[in-house]
Design a protein around this ligand. Structure first.
Ligand code: ZN
Length: 199
């Protein structure tokens, strides 16, 4: 049974829709938030737990846009979505009329939240951190000597490959997004899942 992968980041939506996105990066940690001190409610403290990768090579997954939303149809502008009947969902028929009317005015694509099915073809671990002087670091903790990213030039190619396959337009946009979402001021571990689109 294919398991779902959910996407919500508008930055990578175009790459999901044209299927140039062939990878996702997911945390290998879970933060358990501790009870807040009632005297200092602004202090957010958590304990980090390790998480195992969710997928292995050969697994299949279904990719969804905003899976938890009740709306089945979404507009690529990110500002419009609409429900449709259960029957319409199952038949994958056309979006409701209101969605079509919106897309004429908006000129963006209307798409169903089930984006397609993929097969995982590569899984590896990376570590990312935000350095104090506005720099960034990405490494492969399981890198074996002799691997082809062990030179500076290949390392640059590797990082470029990572953010492009992830659907980001530029490196800064990529790092800023991950820093904001996962706070990279301390190094964090992630799993990189790469896939081929099946549908
Ligand atoms: Zn729109």
């Amino acid at each position: 049974m294919p398991r779902p992968i959910n996407f919500t980041a508008i930055e990578i939506l175009p790459a999901l829709l044209d299927k140039s996105k062939t990878q996702t990066i997911r945390p290998l940690f879970k933060i358990e938030w501790l009870k807040r001190n009632p005297l200092k409610p602004q202090d957010k403290e958590g304990v980090m737990h390790k998480k195992e990768p969710r997928f292995k090579v050969g697994d299949k997954a279904k990719l969804y846009w905003k899976m938890r939303s009740k709306d089945w149809w979404h507009c690529a502008c990110g500002k419009f979505s609409i429900q449709s009947s259960k029957i319409a969902k199952e038949a994958h028929t056309l979006p409701p009329l209101a969605a079509t009317t919106h897309s004429i005015a908006c000129s963006n694509k209307i798409f169903p939240k089930l984006l397609g099915e993929v097969e995982i073809i590569e899984v590896f671990e990376i570590k990312m951190s935000h350095l104090p002087e506005n720099g960034w670091r990405m490494s492969m903790p399981n890198l074996k000597i002799g691997h082809d990213i062990d030179t500076q030039e290949n390392n640059i190619k590797f990082i470029q490959d990572i953010f492009q396959k992830d659907g980001f337009k530029e490196l800064m946009q990529f790092f800023t997004w991950f820093d904001k979402k996962y706070n990279l001021s301390t190094p964090k571990r992630f799993a990189v899942y790469r896939w081929k689109w099946l549908s």
